[in-house]
Design a protein around this ligand. Structure first.
Ligand SMILES: N[C@@H](CCC(=O)N[C@@H](CS)C(=O)NCC(=O)O)C(=O)O
Length: 197
């Protein structure tokens, strides 16, 4: 498999998941401004959406969208999703929440034309959305229970952005959770591979 990524972007979640899954893959850096890979390939020919992540599959074809890629990695690995009859759906529920309610909420911090008022509003909304997870972490180690899942990979990136790019206030249990994840081997390796550790 080939993971197309940009350092510190949301593709970091997929990078962490691939390391956790222990699946063979090549990480291919993309220059999002030039829309080209480091070796000069036209990235829009690989992924017409022109954003990261994209996953080149061994069987051919390219999969896009974090929710789909993270679910695919978990299915391939036979882990990284909660167990039980509803496990996969709880995993998808969390990934959808992270993607649509958190990830998209960071837009003002990545859009050059955003005003300070828009950023302040985004911080307030993100703070409220994070509070859901603050409650869940009261009596469990990870966001969906006591096993690490792809939802933790994605939530880690949201917290990483909160701490390093957007200065979003993060409540105490989530801060402790972020620090635990930040010390995890797969996350150390993904950050080092992307040269942002
Ligand atoms: N809907 C996509 C969004 C991916 C996305 O927002 N990618 C950002 C990095 S975090 C990107 O590549 N932005 C560059 C661009 O849009 O030109 C997903 O969930 O995978």
């Amino acid at each position: 498999m080939k993971l197309y990524y940009s350092p510190g972007a949301c593709s970091l979640a997929d990078h962490i998941a691939l390391i956790e899954a222990n699946l063979p893959f090549e990480a291919v850096k993309v220059d999002l401004k030039a829309k080209a890979t480091v070796s000069g390939e036209d990235y829009t020919a690989i992924n017409p959406k022109a954003y990261v992540p994209a996953l080149g599959l061994d069987e051919g074809g390219v999969l896009t969208e974090n929710i789909a890629i993270l679910s695919y990695i978990a299915a391939k690995a036979g882990k990284l999703m909660p167990g039980g009859d509803l496990g996969r759906f709880r995993g998808l529920e969390a990934l959808a929440y992270i993607s649509t309610e958190l990830h998209k909420g960071f837009k003002p911090f990545f859009s050059p034309g955003s005003s300070d008022a828009e950023k302040e509003q985004a911080k307030e909304t993100l703070g409220k959305r994070f509070s859901l997870f603050e409650g869940q972490l009261a009596d469990q180690q990870f966001v969906l229970g006591d096993s690490f899942t792809v939802a933790d990979c994605y939530l880690f990136v949201m917290l990483f952005w909160s701490k390093t790019k957007a200065d979003v206030p993060v409540p105490p249990r989530l801060t402790a959770y972020y620090e635990r994840l930040n010390a995890r081997d797969s996350i150390r390796k993904a950050l080092a591979d992307e040269e942002i550790g």
